[in-house]
Ligand binder design. Structure first.
Ligand SMILES: Nc1ncnc2c1ncn2[C@@H]1O[C@H](COP(=O)(O)OP(=O)(O)O)[C@@H](O)[C@H]1O
Ligand SMILES: [Mg+2]
Length: 333
């Protein structure tokens, strides 16, 4: 039974296994498949841990460029003063320490794809250079004098709404339009709880020596109900920990306390706290995640009535409206 479901709902390519049971994930895969022959830029939008990097890999490996290089760049992890030479390279003697010349990541990605993760962290001062390279399809190394042609397909990922950054003057509008040709929103796991059982099975199987162990019904229900603030990354790590300690069939008591607990608000706050303490989410991400969840919860309780939801939250209707707009939240949660 499991094999049949897996065959239907796992896209496997190049050792990438992308679980796609829920409607939003299947729609994302079908959009990717329909543009696999094109070079259009793709912007992946979603909270941390929803699978942006995995989807970027899937995009490259199913595209016509799959035999060519795929370069991943974690922009949040690169110090801003190194970023320019890392991306665009430098000529010999560009700095006192630049004894040789160095190819940048764009040159290394030539004929293939480049994945710029955390594009929302891209420094505004370098944005015009990035735009120039994308538009002209050639680059100049730092301190260099010759234009070098680069043929690269661009995939970017953002954990926030880039339009909001554009409105606040933190992101160039022209660059935004250049990278936002095909935007794909990857929903958080709590909005596609239907993927949870298959993901649980997938990771239990991956982390156990003898295939996925059985799991008790109440344990699986608790996993489906949990809000997963760290999304699939959190689920994956949880399954890894469980397989280390569980013996035989997995019971409710084998799950971490925050997943076993019933109170959704308490559960959410604790999970956020843990994500923060374990460094899985930054302060801003935790605050955003909590805020969005509280608003969603209130809207649900108020069956979509904004005034009522604002009263539950103890905030002005106009504040609630601003937040709904900022987070791009639908009325009905
Ligand atoms: N649909 C999916 N199916 C299987 N594994 C997934 C899926 N989405 C994410 N993962 C796994 O979850 C973890 C986090 O995904 P990642 O792509 O790094 O998220 P993000 O880049 O959005 O933070 C990785 O181990 C990834 O392989
Ligand atoms: Mg990531």
């Amino acid at each position: 039974m499991r094999e049949i479901r897996c065959a239907l709902h796992v896209q496997s390519v190049h050792s990438i296994s992308l679980i796609t049971q829920s409607e939003p994930m299947r729609s994302i895969v079908s959009q990717i498949d329909s543009i696999s022959a094109s070079d259009s830029s793709i912007l992946l939008i979603g909270e941390t841990g929803v699978g942006k990097e995995l989807v970027a890999e899937y995009i490259h490996h199913t595209s016509v460029r799959s035999g060519n290089p795929f370069i991943k760049v974690g922009l949040a992890a690169l110090p801003p003063d190194l970023l320019e030479t890392e991306l665009f390279g430098h000529a010999k003697g560009a700095y006192t320490s630049a004894v040789g010349e160095k190819k940048g990541l764009f040159e290394l990605a030539h004929t293939g794809s480049i994945f710029l993760d955390d594009i929302d962290d891209f420094p505004i001062l370098l944005q015009s250079k990035l735009l120039r390279v994308l538009e002209s399809r050639e680059l100049m190394r730092v301190g260099g004098t010759v234009a070098i042609p680069v043929d690269v397909r661009l995939i970017t990922a953002s954990k926030v709404d880039l339009k909001d950054l554009v409105n606040r003057g933190l992101f160039r509008a022209d660059l935004f339009y250049r990278i936002n040709v095909v935007p794909l929103v990857i929903p958080p796991l709590r909005e596609r709880a239907g993927d949870v059982p298959l993901l649980v099975n997938h990771f239990l199987g991956r982390f156990s020596a003898n295939g996925a162990p059985e799991i008790a019904d109440d344990a699986l229900r608790a996993l489906v109900r949990y809000s997963w603030p760290g999304n699939i990354r959190e689920l994956r790590n949880t399954m890894q920990r469980i397989t280390l300690f569980a013996r035989g069939k997995i019971a409710l008591s084998d799950l971490p306390p925050e997943i076993r607990e019933e109170n959704p608000l308490e559960l959410m706050i604790k999970a956020c706290n843990r994500c923060f303490a374990e460094g899985k989410m930054s302060f801003d991400e935790v605050v955003t995640c909590l805020e969005k969840n509280l608003i969603r919860g209130a809207l649900k309780e108020a069956t979509g009535n904004r005034s009522h939801a604002a009263r539950i939250l103890g905030m002005n209707l106009s504040t609630l409206r601003d937040k709904l707009k900022k987070y791009n939240l639908p009325d009905e949660a």
